[in-house]
Design a protein around this ligand. Structure first.
Ligand code: FEO
Ligand code: CA
Ligand code: CA
Ligand code: CA
Length: 641
């Protein structure tokens, strides 16, 4: 979202900077990685998550015709492909409780919004129906609605401000679970469906894990500290092998204010300020720290949702730490213990992983119910020689002691960023999505940008963040020792530097082979090991002279062995391209288009909401709407061919 570069409270921990990595080292390591990827290409698909049985292994080669950059206000895909809008903001989810139609002038009520798609689609995951099948005809989709543009959400924007508007904004946040079916040659939302469900910023959810119930988690609504209300600013996500959804709370700090001006230091470390431009606190006391000082401690977690059980209460899993969670990307170890890679998306923040204590149980789904409550949280330290360490954020280790101000493990988790400062982690250039190669188990993570790298008084470059004023971002990758995701040591290199290789400023040139891009954000491996990359260049940066050649935000796909990259999709004006996932047969690709029509640097003007984009409803439609789009081949073939 547009706020993520705000460094008003960013990391000032004083951790050491690494030295520059010589360019020659990259190419040697890249050759090595390429050889390894080839050698492991015959291993079984280790990332297979929800399904059993035969599964498509991906295209043998990326043979589609790459498309050019674009400034067209539409979704463009290669020749032979088509894009269908499936589920846009305001579309009814198909709840048995009702299906209020979307009103293009944004006059739907908060109660309507509770039964409709939220705003600003982000992560997406696919759950075949029935459970345990590999169906490509019928499924559930879980979709994050990251945040709202209140200039679009309400008829007159924020000109007046009421409890009803706060309730509508809260209802437009969270997650949608919808049932979809492929009938003939089109996907449709099934209405009504017993699975259809909205989870919002007000939905009751259990707090579990080491921080549940401690005094810092208790509020007047919940004196026991075990029952939170709602999830919001859900950015990327993740998937468990037993078919639950992980939704990750990112810029939760922006929603809190302090009417008495008092923001405690642990909250300042997360960027909480005394004022909030989102103004929820004016009509909902739990967002005013003066009235509910602990409410913010109940945000910043990973939330587990069971899409197959519409009555099941979501669970905040505190063992996975508290920060501005981007996503939680699964890697399954040889002993069936699970590792989740997680970014904290803010300038100079860290990369984390969580390793479960116990293996997951493939034969008894219910045995995994609380698997995510026990395990070890680690933070990454990148060394200049291409090695790295995972530092355990465990009370009593790595300086996380009572003498240093950490009372117990719950305190370590509630103050994860401070714990990582103390442990000595490496400050990164805004860690966004991660992705794990299905066979090599190498992990990739986007570092979307950091224009403040090397600025006066700020950290300089280091090996893993090699570019000062890093406007265009890069992608880092690592391989765990013994190829075990639970290892505490790894080897790493930089996969690509974003930016135009012909840019006038040589310090900002990228090294992408093939079609260039900037500010990589979304990242996903298909079953064959092709890496799908989605971009989020800010609207302000898109208008820079040195960016104009790149066009609107887009989606590309890379062969990670050759590094050859091809442009597959370009989005409408003002959008970013967020989550994606394929049906198990590889013939349908679901892609989220977020915030079409976003003006540079601010929320939309309700008097002129169509100034930037009229997608997807066109010139005679209403306001621009975020949406899930399905891409397929006209000949029914597999995506990528
Ligand atoms: Fe919500 Fe880090 O993007
Ligand atoms: Ca964004
Ligand atoms: Ca993101
Ligand atoms: Ca982003």
């Amino acid at each position: 979202m547009p706020f993520a570069s705000d460094d008003s409270q960013s990391n000032r921990s004083g951790n050491p900077y690494l030295f520059d990595l010589p360019d020659c080292k990259l190419s040697r390591r890249e050759l090595l990685a390429g050889a390894v990827a080839g050698a492991f290409a015959t291993l079984p698909f280790a990332g297979c998550a929800t399904s059993s049985g035969t599964r498509w292994q991906g295209p043998e080669a990326l043979s589609f015709g790459a498309i050019s950059p674009s400034r067209e206000d539409t979704v463009r895909v290669p020749a032979g492909y088509r894009a269908q809008v499936l589920f846009a903001w305001g579309d009814p989810i198909g709840s048995p409780q009702g299906a209020p139609a979307f009103r293009p002038d944004a006059s739907n009520s908060a109660a309507d919004q509770l039964l409709q798609a939220g705003m600003h689609h982000d992560a997406i995951e696919y759950y075949p129906l029935p459970y345990g099948s590999t169906s490509s005809r019928r499924a559930l989709l879980a979709i994050n609605h990251e945040y709202t543009d209140d200039g679009l959400l309400h008829t007159d924007g924020m000109r007046t401000w009421t409890a009803e508007k706060v309730a509508k904004s809260q209802a437009a946040h969270g997650v949608s679970v919808i049932e979809v079916a492929n009938t003939g040659d089109r996907w449709q939302v099934v209405r009504p469906s017993p699975y259809a469900r909205r989870i919002t910023a007000a939905t009751p959810m259990t707090i579990s894990g080491p921080a549940a119930g401690v005094p810092a988690m208790r509020t007047s609504y919940d004196p026991q500290g075990v029952l939170a209300r709602g999830t919001f600013n859900n950015c990327a996500g993740g998937l468990t092998p037993w078919g639950t959804y992980l939704t990750c709370e990112e810029n939760w700090n922006l929603y809190f204010a302090a009417s008495d001006g008092q923001v405690p230091q642990p909250l300042r470390r997360y960027g909480v300020n005394a004022k909030s431009s989102l103004r929820w606190h004016e009509h909902d006391a739990r967002f005013d720290l003066a009235k509910e000082p602990n409410e913010a401690n109940r945000c910043g977690w990973v939330v587990e949702i069971d899409p197959y059980e519409p009555q099941a209460r979501p669970v905040k899993r505190t063992a996975l730490g508290r920060f501005k969670h981007e996503g939680a990307m699964l890697s399954v170890g040889p002993d069936r213990r699970l590792t989740f890679y997680m970014g904290d998306d803010e300038v100079f923040e860290y990369i984390y992983k969580f390793v479960t204590r116990d293996p997951w149980n493939p034969s008894d789904r219910s045995a995994n119910r609380n698997l995510l409550d026990h395990g070890t949280l680690y933070v990454a330290r990148f060394h200049g020689d291409g090695s790295g360490d995972w530092l355990a954020l465990v009370h009593g280790m790595n300086g996380l002691t009572a003498e240093n101000g950490f009372v117990d493990q719950a305190d370590v988790l509630i103050r994860t960023r401070e714990a990582a400062d103390r442990a000595g982690a490496t400050r990164m250039d805004r860690p966004e999505w991660g992705a794990v190669h299905p066979r090599t188990l190498e992990a990739y993570m986007t570092l979307t940008n950091n224009p403040l790298r090397g600025a006066p008084g700020r950290p300089g470059t280091d090996a893993a963040n090699p570019r000062a004023r890093n406007v265009f971002g890069h992608i880092v990758r690592w391989r765990e020792e013994r190829r075990d995701p639970a290892s505490t040591r790894f080897q790493w290199d930089i996969f690509a530097l974003g930016g135009d290789p012909q840019a006038e400023d040589p310090t900002q040139r990228g090294n992408v082979k093939g079609d260039m891009y900037g500010s990589p954000d979304g990242l996903w491996f298909d079953p064959s090991g092709y890496l799908w990359i989605q971009t989020d260049v800010s609207t302000t940066n898109l208008n820079r002279t040195d960016y104009k050649t790149m066009g609107n935000n887009q989606m590309l796909v890379a062969d990670v062995v050759t590094r050859e990259t091809k442009r597959f999709l370009t989005g409408p004006n003002g959008c970013e391209v967020t989550g994606c996932v394929m049906s198990p047969d590889g013939r349908s690709l679901f892609v989220n288009i977020q915030h079409p029509g976003e003006p540079a640097g601010d929320r939309s003007d309700p008097a002129n909401p169509r100034a930037v984009s009229v997608w997807p409803d066109g010139p005679s439609g209403g306001r621009p709407r975020s949406a899930t789009v399905v891409i397929s081949k006209a000949d029914g073939g597999r995506i990528g061919t």
